[in-house]
Design a protein around this ligand. Structure first.
Ligand code: ATP
Length: 200
């Protein structure tokens, strides 16, 4: 559950947003919309504890979010930039890392096929196209266990099939009870959201 009460973030002289109230429960998706620079990524960073709001209170499952906290990171999966990319590892090795770190069994073939990476399963990710990298990052963020999923423009760099895939993945996560917050400009993702907040 993510709640915000009177949350605002000031960027220098002006407020990006103010007086924001949120209440996103398990099995719900919140979509953030608004023009470039309106603060969508900033709000996502606040939800992950990478940045504190200038005013107001934002909590994730009742606690102040803190990306440095191990148990917080175990429950909250976030893809907010492309920094988790391991160029020397193949998609299979990425999934192996996840299975080992979280002690879960994964359907490697099914996950890779759904992500459109079946034929790239044993190729080092450094040789991937931009869209394939993006698919791998999204796969990494969504194949691991999580109660909360934070995604910044997941559709970025994806082709039509990739956008359809990630929309389905998000819908499945919501259906099994996860809390999802995402910034998006992709209409089908907006359509599947329970709440839409426009930061314009
Ligand atoms: N603490 C801060 N101090 C100064 N400026 C800031 C601060 N935090 C964010 N900004 C600025 O506020 C703006 C909001 O950026 P942000 O990336 O959150 O917007 P966005 O809605 O995600 O944009 P886009 O659609 O382009 O991804 C940017 O211009 C950023 O540089």
């Amino acid at each position: 559950m993510i709640t915000a009460k009177g949350v605002g973030v000031r960027a220098g002289e002006y407020w990006l947003f103010r007086d924001l109230d949120l209440d996103v429960g398990p099995g719900q998706c919140l979509a953030l919309v608004g023009p470039n620079g309106s603060g969508k990524s900033t709000l996502l960073r606040c939800c992950y504890g990478m940045q504190e709001p200038t005013e107001g209170v934002l909590t994730v499952f009742g606690e102040q979010p803190d990306e440095r906290d191990r148990s917080f990171r175990r429950n909250v999966s976030a893809l907010l930039d492309d920094s988790d990319f391991f160029a020397e590892l193949t998609p299979l090795q990425h999934l192996d890392l996840i299975a080992g770190s979280f002690d879960v069994e994964l359907d490697y073939d099914g996950l890779l096929a759904d992500a459109g990476l079946g034929e790239r399963a044993t190729v080092s990710a450094g040789r991937f196209s931009a869209g394939q990298r993006r698919r791998l990052l999204l796969l990494g963020a969504t194949a691991r266990p999580f109660d909360v999923l934070l995604l910044d423009e997941p559709e970025r760099a994806l082709d039509a099939a990739g956008k359809e895939w990630i929309t389905t993945v998000v819908s499945r996560a919501v259906a099994r009870g996860a809390v999802v917050v995402l910034a998006t400009h992709h209409p089908p993702l907006l359509d599947s959201a329970d709440h839409v907040v426009d930061l314009a």
